[in-house]
Design a protein. Sequence first.
Length: 634
Amino acid sequence: MHDSTVFRNAVSAKRLLNVVKEVSDFHRIQASPMFREAAEHVKKICDRYGLQAKILSYEADPDVWYLQSRMFKEWSVTQATFDLCDPEKRLCDYSAEPISVIQKSYPIDRRNNPVDLVLLDKGADEHMYEGVDLQDKWVFIRGHIREYGWVYGKGAIGIVTDYIAENANRKRADLYNSLTYTSYWHTHEKDEPEGRGFVLSPKDGDMLAKICLEKRAEGTYPQVKPYIASSLYNGHIEVVEVIIPGMDDLKVNLCAHLCHPRSSCNDNASGVSASLEAMNIINTLVKEGKIAPPHHTIRLTLVPEYTGTFAYLSDHTDYENVLGAMNLDMVGGRQTRAYGPITLTRLPLSTPSLINELSVYCMEQAGREASSLTGADVSLTNHCVSPYTGGSDHTVYSDPTIGIPCCMLGQWPDLNYHTATDTLDVIDPEVLKFSCLTAANFAYALANLTEEDLPYLYEELDKTMTDVKTSLAGEYLRHEIDRDMFGSWMYKYRQYFTDCVSSAEKLTGVTDVSAARAHVGKMFDEWIRYYGLQDSYPVYEDLQDVYVRTETGPYQQLSDYSYAGYGEAVKAYEAAKGDVGHGFDGLVMNYIDGKRTVGQLIREVSLEYRRDMKDEVLPFLRLLENLHLIRKTA
């Protein structure tokens, strides 16, 4: 494995911070002239660094699909203001705070024709507002806009909201002077209302609510003057592709999303900066003769999140030639209150690969930042490894129909996630440097991986196997899972880690991994004997149908299929589905392989959820069949 010290000496924390600042100056909304300006600026940064880069353009047209992602119209906005009439006060101004406009809002000009503002303070249930006249009114909501789509059906012409998403790590009071990143995601169906609106801070929202209540007591409404100079039209999205050429057809990918409002520094100007700097130092060190040229091509894509990855992978279909990838999404926040560790998210179990272990090894090398009193290397950056979760572009790469194993480097919790206060002051250049070094180590190591490097990965694999065994045993001993689930998970992991070892053949060209496979089997067999376990979690033997997926890639959102004529099927499923949480759909689809019966599929999903998932999986399979995304095998 290469000596990572050469990268540590080459990376510049100041350069990293400068790029975050430059990128965050752009209002980077997907499919917009503003995003295009950001992409063009990133191309100039690449030119400055001497990197080989180009901008790829894809249609932004609702009639166009890239894999299973339907496109949408480009959106342009030049001016927008939201003024209160009495007392006179400007509440929102796009020129000062672009995030104060709900992104992708349709145009309106009521500067000379004020509109009544109606406070909806009884929650999001439409039935709580029987008899309330919303015709030609602007409504003030305190929740997320997706819960209030019904107001347009009652004649409302726009929305203003002071919503802040709360969780265990942040409360409304923590972001009292901030604004939430809010956007419409238009389906552009025939009868879709023209959504438009503005965003307030909780502080301004409380002030406005007080005025609304005072006016209500008088039997009147406050009046506002909304103005949005915008347009939606068929246009384009851009992907910035950066290449360090290799000596064969195999490739290694880095990716990061370039989109989100100004400033949006940690999310995700940080990922853009870290990945660009990783490419820069590798390219520079090769030119200076300090490291050997990469054997395989290293490729970076800077994309509109999800949308750009779907588009890029729709016409770069040499998936078999891509050994692995790393997605950088939120990687530079100051690790103080409510800013968590830099987290390496592993692959889904449906995509076994030693990419996991390579990523962990490279992250640990990046963590050799200081010395302890004994002289041992210690990290100054809090970091950890977590099981697979979705939420970003790595889910598209790792989908089994694409099959590019892609880990994610990210950060959670993040106090200012998707708010106006995700500004430059939240960025720690040294944390950003750690993330950059992890990405550079990963890309260069994978681009040059040989059989001689496998012992490093096998050592990491031993640690991982011990960790998952210990974690499972802890769940069992705490009575969180029963003996059947404990046993079947151990057998499941036995097969998974054996398959991970087999990936060494593709990653390095080694032809015989039988000894390593036997080692994995022996470790698990000894644990299984020690605990007296069996592969005994039940299978629904009566459910013998086998499904195969008919399309490439996961779907981006079910609403895309409503537009394609399957609206009733989608509505029926959405109304009937239980509480499956985030990531259920991708998890099920990842296990549909043309070999497992439905009963076996339910078992796999149930093991992951730690409960029987039959009643959730069967309706979802019916939906996928209705959408023609799966079919029964003969």
